[in-house]
Design a protein. Sequence first.
Length: 127
Amino acid sequence: MYIKTFCAHCGKTNLHNVAVSCEKTSSILNGKLFSRSTIKGVEVRETVTEEILMKSVLKTLREHKKLHMSKEELADTLKNIFGISSELSCEIAEKIQRENEVLEADFKSNIKAIKKTNKKQTSKEVT
């Protein structure tokens, strides 16, 4: 699972893919079931910047044509498929949606400009 941390020295944000191993024990006392989990170890498998993780996530989502989801669906996908913590997945989902909106606006603007250019060229050819 990816978690967010801040460097105490430079203040830079890092994301760590951590694996936590636990041991669960259960016991019955006076007819009631009690469960207990003990953390046995934590391993940092990867450390990346937020930008690198977002680029990787965006690339994968684009390849699978999964960019047009609600923020909640996107956050669930980030959490369940990419292993990003709940809090962080909501934050990244918002950033992805904002970036998508900017890209779509740019795309629509470029399409309009191309259509205008094509109309001008067509009208020149007719005259």
